[in-house]
Ligand binder design. Structure first.
Ligand code: ADP
Ligand code: MG
Length: 615
């Protein structure tokens, strides 16, 4: 493999066209739409479709990207709508006697206030749901949605109760005609979609998708998963809140009947129908549905039984889930703005892992002191004491069920130890979670490969860089140059590491489409991407043939030579004996030997452990 051959740029022309042309065509169609529609009624339908596009895109952050459920999403929409209705119509017009036509300056204030209030509500609903799962989560979000709706009915002094609030000034982009309103809402939708796309193609979006795909791995890449779930709730809620403000001004009147329990399910259905987790899915789902609904309004059967419309939606969703489970749109969202078209990584130089954080020179690398772990009555680890020194590859062996993986889980913060102490570079880690452990400089791979399967290789790698790409949400939304530069630097680093593990030209492939050896290598490279001082490998050669195993041994040695210590669990004795500087043997959760490979080979306790249990 030569590194200094200039690779050709491999971005197909059609991909570029699609990336730029589709948004432009859709945008153009949306701009001319009011002139093509047969009358004001249809322009109002189009504006309503845009409201639902915004709502579906906001809910998509939760349901589609992060994999969180919310059956009470409309609550945030209600909060936004009432915020502006109360502030504008009740306080400024009724209370302070302002002329509604002169209140244009209040609109941005309403927007900002609604954004903050709905985001706070999102945090309030999000916080308890972080602990709840499945059914409980569904009920909690549903209950929260109903609480907000019931408050809007019964807090008469504030909301006008069931009568609602009238006299909300109209949206005015070129007068208060339906067309002017449509363009105002269109502007909102465009801003929301660009903001969401910007956020998704940033460390935030990758953290969300990583959580959806594999929360444990996300955490072991240094992502504080609870924080990002909360952020997803806040962002989703803020989108709904802003949309609520536009909706209130569009209707100029709101009351509790403007929002029904059913709307929660409709918006959720639209996300699923269009394609959860995609960019265009919510847009397509919402547009098709609202126009369909407006057409169906003229049907005799629907005029007699309006609830038929929702019934039809339910039917469509069910049928679609059978024939096209992913929804109408399948195109993946881009999770980075870095191009998937690497030139050659570092002309001519041999790629190697980038410099890491400085070591704490006095402290031992890893110190494990009398660590035990029980599962119910079973002792998976009993009084394990060991130390890893700088510059070592330490092999960890033992029969099946000896506790090797459990030890790795305990070291990496996946499983807390039942007792004992762990410190790394002088930092106590026995109470740390996976994200803390990773931040301290320990990275790991898993016994069964665990990649983010729906991400590209490069995106997987960039998740590994999460810890050094942090930033403010607005900075990602606005795509500030500084964050873009950091992202490009991380992508370059990813390319060097991919070349280092022998996958120099695979960055654009989906993880799930890689061959098995490639997946193993990406998992190692992704762990290296977190710039660890210590790398824990759980049976990396499992399922590999002989030549693949030899190549892996070579890679492991090169990682150690780059200054990263390694703990290696392996069943392949040739590999383990060949690369390890020292081997620790576990049996029934107890360390029975800790020595150089030549001594381990003839250690009677080790021979007995293997003959006694496995042979
Ligand atoms: P190894 O990796 O050495 O094959 P493990 O660490 O996976 O062994 O397992 C050690 C013992 O702990 C086994 O008896 C296993 O069944 C048990 N064990 C591991 N994880 C759990 C768990 N989450 N719950 C209950 N028992 C577990
Ligand atoms: Mg294991």
């Amino acid at each position: 493999m030569t590194m200094n051959i200039q690779k050709t740029v491999r971005v197909p022309f059609s991909a570029v066209v699609r990336r730029i042309a589709i948004p432009l065509i859709v945008m153009g169609a949306a701009i001319v739409l009011p002139f093509l529609l047969p009358g004001d009624r249809w322009v109002r339908v189009a504006a309503l479709a845009l409201i639902y596009v915004a709502l579906a895109s906001g809910l998509n952050i939760l349901v589609g990207l992060t994999g969180l459920l919310d059956l009470g999403y409309i609550a945030f929409f209600i909060i936004g709508a009432y915020t502006t209705a109360v502030l504008t119509a009740r306080v400024f017009v009724d209370g302070l006697g302002f002329d509604p036509d002169e209140l244009w300056w209040l609109f941005p204030v309403s927007l900002a206030l609604a954004l903050v209030l709905s985001a706070v509500a999102g945090a309030i609903i999000g916080y308890p749901t972080l602990r709840a799962r499945g059914d409980y989560l569904a009920i909690m979000t549903l209950a929260f949605g109903e609480i907000v709706r019931i408050v809007s009915i019964n807090w008469v002094d504030l909301t006008g109760g069931s009568v609602g609030i009238r006299g909300i000034p109209p949206l005015s982009l070129g007068g208060s005609s339906p067309t002017g309103t449509y363009y105002a809402v269109l502007l909102m939708v465009v801003v929301i979609l660009i903001a969401v796309a910007g956020l998704v193609a940033s460390p935030v979006g990758r953290a969300w998708v990583a959580i959806r795909e594999d929360e444990l791995v996300a955490s072991s890449m240094g992502i504080k998963t609870k924080r990002y779930k909360l952020l997803a709730y806040m962002c989703g809620a803020a989108v709904a809140g802003v949309t609520g403000v536009f909706f209130a001004h569009m209707q100029q009147f709101i009351n509790p009947d403007s929002f029904t329990l059913e709307d929660n399910f409709i918006v959720l259905s639209l996300v699923i129908l269009g394609g959860a987790g995609t960019f265009w899915g919510p847009v397509v789902g919402a547009t098709l549905w609202i126009f369909f609904q407006a057409i169906a309004r003229d049907w005799a059967i629907v005029q007699e039984h309006p609830e038929f419309r929702t019934g039809i939606l339910a039917l469509i969703v069910i049928v679609l889930m059978i024939v096209r489970p992913g929804g109408l749109v399948r195109r993946r969202l881009r999770l980075t703005r870095a191009r998937h078209d690497a030139g050659s990584p570092g002309d001519g130089e041999t790629p190697a892992p980038d410099p890491r954080r400085p070591r704490n020179p006095g402290a031992p690398t890893l110190q494990v002191d009398d660590v035990s772990r029980t599962f119910g009555g079973l002792s998976a680890l009993r009084g394990v004491t060991l130390q890893i020194d700088h510059g070592e590859i330490v092999g960890l062996m033992g029969p099946n069920g000896a506790g090797k993986s459990t030890l790795l889980n305990v070291l990496s913060g996946v499983t807390p130890p039942s007792s004992g102490r762990i410190s790394f570079e002088g930092i106590p880690l026995d109470r740390a979670d996976s994200a803390d452990v990773n931040a301290a400089g320990i990275a790991r791979t898993f016994q069964t490969v665990r990649l983010f399967w729906d991400m590209t290789v490069l995106e997987n790698m960039l998740v590994g860089a999460h810890g050094r790409l942090k930033g403010w949400v607005p900075a990602f939304v606005l795509r500030l140059p500084r964050t873009a530069k950091a992202e490009r630097a991380a992508a370059d680093e990813a390319r060097r590491l991919l070349a280092f593990v022998g996958l120099g030209d695979r960055e654009g492939e989906l993880a799930k489409s890689l061959d098995y050896e490639g997946q193993r290598r990406v998992e190692i490279a992704r762990a290296l991407m977190t710039r660890p001082l210590l790398l824990l490998l759980d049976e990396p050669a499992a399922g590999m043939n002989e030549s693949e195993t030899r190549a892996l041994a070579d890679l492991i040695v090169r990682i150690r030579d780059a200054g990263i210590d390694i703990v290696l669990i392996e069943h392949d004795m040739d590999l383990l004996m060949g690369v390890s500087d020292r081997i620790i043997v576990l049996d029934h959760g107890v360390v029975i030997a800790d020595d150089i490979p030549e001594q381990i080979r003839k250690n009677p306790l080790v021979l007995e452990a293997y003959l006694g249990s496995d042979a």
